[in-house]
Structure formats: structure tokens, C-alpha cells
Write a protein that binds this ligand. Structure first.
Ligand code: NAP
Ligand code: GDD
Length: 348
């Protein structure tokens, strides 16, 4: 049966993918966007004709409550956050307000509206703080190492608290890192790498500056994870679910595959370490155990790490090659041999 879904953070990676998926499945989607002076819809540009976009801010209870009350959604998915861990060290109060208190504003809006809206909070594996290569699950201890992770713990526990106190359908999707070609924010490390590769191939830059390339993450494919989020909403009762692949790779592993796939060879020729990009406290490794989602939601990740990396490289290269084809003057300094070679071998 068709449902109405209210999605915050619809201009971001997950919110836009979830909107695509909900529309594909025949649901009605309403997206909350922040007012901004340049009207940039980000990843939601293609959704304008299919989705009702309403201005609101999760820091502002009145706006979220009014939208909840007027739209009467079946599902409310909170994809909004100040989601960059590094930035949270520079803007800790702002991050706490958006990523932490913002969740209470969503939950209170549902509670005060009196509707039986099902709520899903996008929690994060960062909350665990990481314990070597031990696979983390819903029962693992939370030990946040950043203002972002601390705020995520607040939102996570608030969701559980509203579930227990008010018998609300309020679930947490505890996701490990997941990426979407062309939609991942440019300052997350995976997209930073694939955009830099495109720029190196175009002859615009020679090096890529990174911080801690030994950090290990459990990287999955965002589209797979959005299917899991929908399954959590459709599950018979509210609960908390880990979404992960169960495998960790280092940032340098990502670079190795990405640069080689682009035909650039050894990444060490291009990657330079900038100590300024190290975080005051970084999670060394994260690996997830998704057994519960597998057992109860019948969810498993489909796209593996190597394919994810290659798809991200292809996506950013393809965009640049299309721009060059449309306007050759845009490519005065590019390296036509490399682009042609890559284009023939990988994008055909
Ligand atoms: P993202 O691309 O950074 O998107 C964040 C979204 O939140 C954007 O649409 C942004 O809008 C919106 N937003 C920020 N502040 C807001 C506010 N005050 N009011 C309303 N909207 C606001 O993040 P993502 O990767 O899609 O992640 C989605 C959610 O999952 C986040 O909560 C993130 O913390 C969590 N998560 C992500 C991952 C991952 O690997 N991607 C893993 C675990 C958890 P603007 O476009 O206006 O900035
Ligand atoms: N962003 C960034 N930029 N990270 C770098 C860089 C760099 O130049 N160099 C090394 N890294 C390292 C970071 O220190 C971190 O250890 C790792 O690469 C991944 O960084 P990000 O891509 O920024 O992601 P994240 O793991 O900190 O956070 C992402 O995943 C979380 C779930 O585990 C975000 O999507 C969070 O919102 C999400 O909760």
C-alpha cells in the first residue's frame, strides 16, 4: 500500500537515494530542505517534479512540528545532520545542536502531533569509537571519539527513549560508512579521492593531500543501505539494526584500487600526507556485524568494496569527460591520452 514518507536531509546522499527508492516503490515523498540564498538543491535537483519540498530546519522545532502536523506522514526518516566528523571538532556546539538536539525535535514533533508515524533515525558506527578489527553489533559498547559521535549517541538514545517511554515506532539504523557514486559529499575521503583522480587526469592538479591513510573503515554501497532502511521501517516492530559489510579496508587500500583503475598506476606518486588533515582524535578501525539485519530483515549488502571504488572513479571521470566533450575549451590543459585510454577501457 502506498505510504507517505517525510525525509529530512533530502539534498544529501542518503536522503536523495531513499527518496528515489521510495518513489520507485510507489510511495509519496515529502522532503524537508533548508532555506538557502542560492537555492542549491544538491542531490535533490532531479526530484523537484516528483517530491513536495518544504522548507524547515531540524534545529527549529516549530518548523518540523508544523510540517509533521500538516503532512501526516506514515514514515519520518531523519537523514539530516552535520555529518562530517572532522568538521565537528571545529564546530562542536553547532554539531551538537543539529546532529544531537535535532533528533529530539523530530521525535517531539511526532509525539506532539499524535500521529502513529514510524520514525527512523540514521545512527552511526562512529558511536562505537572502534575497537580494532572486532566486528561491532547492536549490543557493542558506545565510546564516541568526536563531537559528531557524541551527538549521534544522544540522538540514538533519544530514539530508544521515545520508543520505550511513549511506545512510539522509533528505530535506529546504525550504519557503517556507505558511499554513492556521484552523490557522496566532496569532503568525505572516498569522494575526495575520486574527484582528485578526475582532476589529475584532466591535468588540473598533480597531487592529492590526505590525512590518516591508515584508518580502516567498513565501506558499503549506499543504495544497498537505503534498502535496509526501508526494511527497518517496514519491520513489524521498532528496533535497532546495524548495516555494514563485515569487511574493513584502509584509506590507502581505497587509493590503491582507485588510482590503478584510473590508469594512473601507483597512488604513492600522487598522494601526499598533510598533518593538518589529521583529526584531534580519529577512530582507527571500524567493522560491522550485520547478522541481526540479515536474520530479521533478510538484508545483505550486494556491492563489494572493489566494485564500489571503481564505480565512484567511473562516475566522477564520466562527468568530467562529458563536460570536455560538450565544451573542448574546458580542457585546454588536460591529458587527452589518459582520458581517451580510461574512457575506452572503463566507460564503454
Ligand atoms: P549528507 O550527505 O551530509 O547529508 C546531510 C543532509 O542533512 C543534507 O541534506 C543537509 O542539507 C541536511 N541538513 C544539515 N543540517 C540540517 C538542518 N539543520 N536542518 C535540516 N537539514 C539539515 O549525509 P549522508 O551521508 O546522506 O548521511 C545521512 C545521515 O546518515 C546523516 O545523519 C549521517 O550522519 C548518517 N550516517 C551516514 C553514514 C554514511 O556513511 N553516509 C554512515 C552513518 C550515518 P544541506 O544540503 O542544506 O546541507
Ligand atoms: N574526510 C577526510 N579527508 N578523511 C580523511 C582524509 C581527508 O583528507 N584523510 C584521511 N582521512 C580519514 C579520516 O581521518 C577517517 O579516518 C577516514 O579517512 C574516513 O573519513 P571520512 O570519509 O570523513 O568518513 P568518517 O568515517 O569520518 O565518517 C563517515 O562515516 C560515518 C560512519 O562510520 C561519515 O559519513 C559520517 O557521517 C558517518 O557517521
Amino acid at each position: 500500500m502506498e505510504k507517505t514518507a517525510l525525509i529530512t536531509g533530502i539534498t544529501g546522499q542518503d536522503g536523495s537515494l531513499l527518496a528515489d527508492l521510495m518513489l520507485e516503490r510507489g510511495h509519496k515523498v515529502i522532503g524537508i530542505i533548508r532555506r538557502n540564498s542560492s537555492s542549491n538543491l544538491g542531490n535533490a535537483s532531479h526530484l523537484q517534479s516528483d517530491v513536495d519540498l518544504i522548507e524547515g530546519d531540524i534545529q527549529d522545532l516549530s518548523s518540523i512540528y508544523r510540517i509533521q502536523k500538516s503532512t501526516r506522514p506514515d514514515y519520518f526518516v531523519n537523514c539530516a545532520a552535520q555529518s562530517h566528523v572532522g568538521t565537528s571538532f571545529d564546530q562542536p556546539l553547532y554539531t551538537s545542536m543539529v546532529t544531537g538536539i535535532g533528533v529530539i525535535n523530530c521525535l517531539e514533533s511526532i509525539r506532539m502531533s499524535g500521529y502513529h508515524t514510524k520514525f527512523l533515525q540514521l545512527s552511526s558506527s562512529e558511536m562505537f569509537g572502534g575497537r580494532g578489527e572486532e566486528a561491532l553489533n547492536e549490543e557493542s559498547v558506545l565510546a564516541p571519539r568526536s563531537p559528531y559521535a557524541t551527538a549521534k549517541c544522544f540522538g540514538h538514545w533519544a530514539t530508544i527513549n521515545y520508543r520505550e517511554s511513549y511506545k512510539m515506532f522509533a528505530s535506529n539504523a546504525i550504519s557503517f560508512n556507505h558511499e554513492a557514486p556521484g552523490r557522496r559529499g566532496p569532503n568525505f575521503v572516498t569522494r575526495k579521492i575520486t574527484l582528485a583522480i578526475a582532476s589529475i587526469l584532466m591535468g588540473e592538479s598533480e597531487h592529492l593531500y590526505l590525512g590518516n591513510i591508515d584508518a580502516r573503515r567498513d565501506w558499503g554501497y549506499a543504495e544497498d543501505y537505503c534498502k535496509g532502511f526501508l526494511a527497518a521501517l517496514e519491520y513489524k516492530e521498532p528496533d535497532d539494526f546495524v548495516f555494514a559489510t563485515g569487511e574493513a579496508h584502509s584509506v590507502s587500500d581505497f587509493c590503491k584500487i582507485a588510482f590503478a583503475h584510473a590508469g594512473l598506476g601507483d597512488y604513492k606518486r600522487y598522494v601526499k600526507i598533510d598533518p593538518m588533515l589529521y583529526r584531534p582524535n580519529d577512530v582507527p578501525a571500524l567493522v560491522g556485524d550485520y547478522s541481526k539485519a540479515k536474520e530479521l530483515l533478510n538484508w545483505t549488502p550486494e556491492v563489494d568494496f572493489e566494485i564500489l571504488v571503481k564505480r565512484m572513479v567511473n562516475s566522477d571521470l564520466k562527468d568530467r569527460i562529458e563536460i570536455v566533450r560538450a565544451d573542448p575549451h574546458d580542457a585546454t590543459d588536460n591529458n587527452p591520452d589518459m582520458i581517451t585510454k580510461f574512457s575506452q577501457s572503463n566507460l564503454a
